[in-house]
Design a protein around this ligand. Structure first.
Ligand code: GTP
Ligand code: MG
Length: 461
């Protein structure tokens, strides 16, 4: 398969019922294929200018003067190379939604010579043709997958070059540093007239700082892309399901005055200040549970182990049994918030009893304390959320940037020793750092890495 010479086709819209469905075709044979499967008044698609659209009929490929079987009344949008998403000729046929028309138009395109596209292949073509670099291609996927407005704004900032520009600045700085360093290495001291080694040392300091600045966005980037797993735990009957329902503003979990009501883990997605949260309600941690309730407790403990953050609910109107205190102290102190619930019934349990855990007094039945829970959780998850729409590096970017930064920091220390052998070693470190950044932008990137990145796209993107 050759992405550049093949003409590829795919349904670009999600399956199921919708107003329209879109079949996308791109590659060198696009317009000839369009002529064979789409009829429109006056001029065939191949005779029309780019950036135009026309209403007509999609049909099976016309053979020997026959017109083919009619599929659907549709619009065709024509984009001519290089002014298209892929920089190759591209058409989009917009037919009526549902599953049949789009599927039949795709089959017609394949009969007329197109190959079914691989996942993400249109975006891969955009990357291979040099229209976008790898961080921008990845931003397309982030935008499609964004679960919140904030995640979508971050992906858009990346698509508009937020990360690419910083990487180009970093790469340019390193290329000029290495050029000067090579010059210094090529000439003996008395003949060398280039910038002093001190200039290279300062450039490396700056490069380490630029890498660190980019890396500082990684934590929030992961939160926006993957979300956080927040688990509600606590003894039976403390008000865990009440908290779950209050936060979701939906009676999702059954609540009851009898302990042991929740038996299974119940998970829902909830967006808090733009952060996607996978919120989980669990069975009460009853050490003497048997049968299905004991299974529920095992599931609860397994969820607790995986959580990024814990909301631990206790009944503040009663003192805390030793077993419940032990359960509480199993939680990581910095990633937990204790809700001292049922304050309307009394305060036998206070924050000093559970120190050093951070706690909030609440009466969830009356919705008291909920705002503070939301606020504390939001602050705990995104320590210093970015105020403007900035791009955030992904885990792939962060891994490469960390390696580059470490190499550059070592190069800096080697140069500071002012010995010729160490200058050679420093130069080799800078070359390796540049190769990590090139792999990041996709300038030099292995086929395996590209395959892994684009395999996670949907077909038709
Ligand atoms: N008085 C009072 N009752 C509350 C409060 N919050 C919850 N409850 C009640 O406490 C009982 C237990 O609440 P749940 O939310 O079901 O407690 P749970 O921790 O999920 O219980 P299990 O699933 O059985 O472990 C219900 O009758 C709730 O209405 C509160 O702030 N004050
Ligand atoms: Mg419950």
């Amino acid at each position: 398969m050759d992405s550049a010479s093949d003409t590829i086709a795919a349904i670009a819209t999600a399956p199921g019922c919708g107003a329209i469905a879109i079949v996308r075709i791109s590659g060198p044979q696009t317009l000839q294929i369009a002529d064979r499967i789409f009829s429109c008044p006056a001029q065939p698609p191949s005779a029309r200018p780019g950036n135009t659209f026309v209403l007509g009929f999609a049909h099976t490929p016309a053979l020997d003067g026959s017109s083919g079987d009619l599929i659907d009344e549709s619009l065709i949008l024509i984009f001519r190379a290089p002014h298209s998403y892929t920089r190759s000729d591209l058409v989009e046929i917009q037919c009526h939604g549902g599953t049949t028309s789009a599927r039949r138009i795709l089959a017609a395109a394949v009969d007329a010579g197109a190959r079914p596209a691989e996942p993400g292949e249109f975006t891969k073509l955009a990357f291979l043709s040099g229209r976008i670099d790898l961080p921008r291609a990845e931003a397309v996927l982030d935008l499609v997958r964004a679960q919140s407005d904030r995640a979508s704004a971050s992906a858009l900032a990346q698509l508009r070059g937020g990360i690419s520009r910083s990487l180009t600045t970093l790469s340019d700085l390193l290329v000029s540093t290495i050029a000067n360093l090579e010059l210094a290495l090529d000439f003996p001291d008395d003949e060398y007239a280039g910038p002093p080694i001190e200039a290279a040392i300062s450039s490396l300091e700056l490069a380490v700082k630029q890498s660190s600045d980019l890396l500082s966005t990684a934590g929030e980037g992961q939160l926006l892309r993957q979300g956080a797993l927040v688990v509600i735990s606590g003894p039976p009957n403390a008000g865990k399901s009440t908290l779950f329902n209050c936060l979701l503003a939906n009676e999702r979990s059954i609540t009851d005055h009898e302990p042991g009501t929740t038996r299974d883990t119940i998970e829902e997605t909830w967006i808090l200040n733009g952060i996607p949260i996978h919120l989980v309600d669990t069975a009460g941690l009853n050490g003497s549970a048997t049968g299905p309730e004991a299974d529920g407790v095992r599931r609860a403990r397994s969820m607790i182990r995986r959580a990024d953050y814990h909301l631990h609910v206790l009944d503040a109107s009663q003192s805390l049994p030793a077993a419940s205190l032990a359960d509480l102290h199993m939680l990581p102190k910095t990633e937990s918030l204790v809700i001292l619930n049922k304050a309307d019934l009394g305060t036998a349990l206070t924050s000093s009893d559970i120190a050093p855990f951070a706690s909030i007094c609440a009466s969830l039945l009356r919705s008291e304390g909920l705002d503070i829970v939301r606020q504390s959780l939001s602050t705990a998850l995104a320590q210093a959320p970015s105020t403007e729409d900035v791009a955030h590096v992904s885990q792939r970017h962060a891994a490469a940037l960390r390696r580059a930064r470490d190499l550059l920091a070592q190069a800096h220390d080697l140069l500071a020793q002012h010995s010729p052998e160490n200058q050679v070693l420093a130069a080799s470190n800078i070359y390796r750092a540049i190769s990590h950044i090139d792999a990041l932008t996709g300038k030099h990137c292995s086929e395996e890495v590209l395959a892994t990145i684009f395999a996670s796209f949907c077909i038709g993107k």
